[in-house]
Unconditional design. Structure first.
Length: 118
């Protein structure tokens, strides 16, 4: 059983930056694809970014491409989401996910709130 704990959320002005972290435990982190999702009030959870276990492949939603960067440090069992040029529409709860492959998400964190002020 893999446990995921997100951190790094907070309040930021539009145009600012935040870096989210997700620490994993209870499994072989280096074997999992990792992803970030978000859910805004009244909306469904949506995909943000994902990275393969090898770090070779990364994927982004069109809405964050060029502004967000996903990365991972397998030695620290941690995946990151660097968010730059934040917009008010990026306001959401951000969730970390893990799975055996991209698009196969078996484990989820509890989420961390990101609020971008206009």
């Amino acid at each position: 059983q893999v446990q995921l704990v997100e951190s790094g959320g907070g309040l930021v002005q539009a145009g600012g930056s935040l870096r989210l972290s997700c620490a994993a435990s209870g499994g072989t982190f280096s074997r999992y694809a990792m992803g970030w999702f978000r859910q805004a009030p009244g909306k469904e959870r949506e995909f943000v970014a994902a990275i393969s276990w090898s770090t070779i492949f990364t994927y982004y939603s069109d809405s964050v491409k060029g502004r967000f960067t996903i990365s991972r440090t397998n030695a620290k069992n941690t995946v990151y989401l660097q968010m730059n040029s934040l917009k008010p529409e990026d306001t959401a709860v951000y969730y970390c996910a893990a799975g055996p492959a991209i698009k196969t998400w078996d484990y989820w964190g509890q989420g961390t709130q990101v609020t971008v002020l206009s």
